[in-house]
Design a protein around this ligand. Structure first.
Ligand code: SF4
Length: 176
C-alpha cells in the first residue's frame, strides 16, 4: 500500500484550558506527497467538520480528535505525548491510505462543507436541558455539535422519543 505520511513527526504545544500543568499537543506529520487529490474522497466518507477545496484544507473527526489535512501535512489535535502521537499517526495514516486505495469505489465530493452554527442546531433539539448528553443545557450541546466536538446520538431523547423524529431527521441532514 502506498505511504501517504512520513514516519517522523513533531509535537507542537496546544493551549490547555483545563489544567496548565497537563498540556496537550498537536502532532504535525509531514506528507510523503501532495494530499490534495485525496480530499474529495475523504470529504465523501469521513466525519467532516470543514472542507475548503480552494485552500485546500479538510478537517474531520477521528477517535474524538480533530484531524486537519492539507497539501503537505496532517495535524492531529489533543495529543498527550510522543507515544500517543505515534499510535495516532499510525491509525490516521492507515485510514487515509485505505481511502486512497479504495478511491475508485468512492464518489468524490468536491463541494465545500462546514457545520451549521449552534443556534441553527439548537432550534431542532428538545430544549428540555435534561443533561443526558453530558452537557448542562441543550444550547451547550448545540455548541459542541457545531464544532464537531459532540455526536448527535448522545441526545437520547432525540432518538428514543417519537415526538422528536422529524427534528432528528432535520438534524441528521444538517450535520451530514
Ligand atoms: S440530551 Fe438532548 S434534550 Fe437533554 S440536554 Fe442534551 S441536547 Fe438537551
Amino acid at each position: 500500500m502506498k505511504k501517504l505520511l512520513r514516519e517522523d513527526f513533531k509535537l507542537e504545544p496546544a493551549s490547555c484550558f483545563v489544567d496548565a500543568t497537563c498540556p496537550r499537543y498537536k502532532a504535525v506529520i509531514p506528507a510523503e506527497e501532495d494530499l490534495a487529490p485525496l480530499l474529495p474522497y475523504l470529504n465523501a466518507v469521513a466525519r467532516v467538520v470543514f472542507f475548503d477545496p480552494e485552500e485546500p484544507v479538510l478537517v474531520f473527526k477521528f477517535e474524538g480528535r480533530k484531524v486537519a489535512v492539507r497539501r503537505d501535512d496532517v495535524r492531529i489535535s489533543d495529543v498527550r505525548d510522543i507515544e500517543e502521537g505515534k499510535i495516532l499517526r499510525e491509525k490516521v495514516a492507515q485510514f487515509l491510505e485505505k481511502i486512497w486505495e479504495q478511491r475508485e469505489e468512492i464518489a468524490p465530493r468536491h463541494e465545500p462543507r462546514t457545520l451549521p452554527p449552534a443556534l441553527t442546531i439548537y432550534r431542532y433539539l428538545p430544549k428540555t436541558n435534561c443533561g443526558q448528553c453530558g452537557e448542562a443545557t441543550c444550547l451547550a450541546f448545540a455548541s459542541k455539535l457545531s464544532t464537531g466536538e459532540a455526536d448527535l446520538t448522545a441526545c437520547r431523547p432525540l432518538f428514543e422519543e417519537e415526538a422528536f423524529s422529524s427534528a432528528r431527521e432535520e438534524l441528521q441532514k444538517l450535520l451530514g
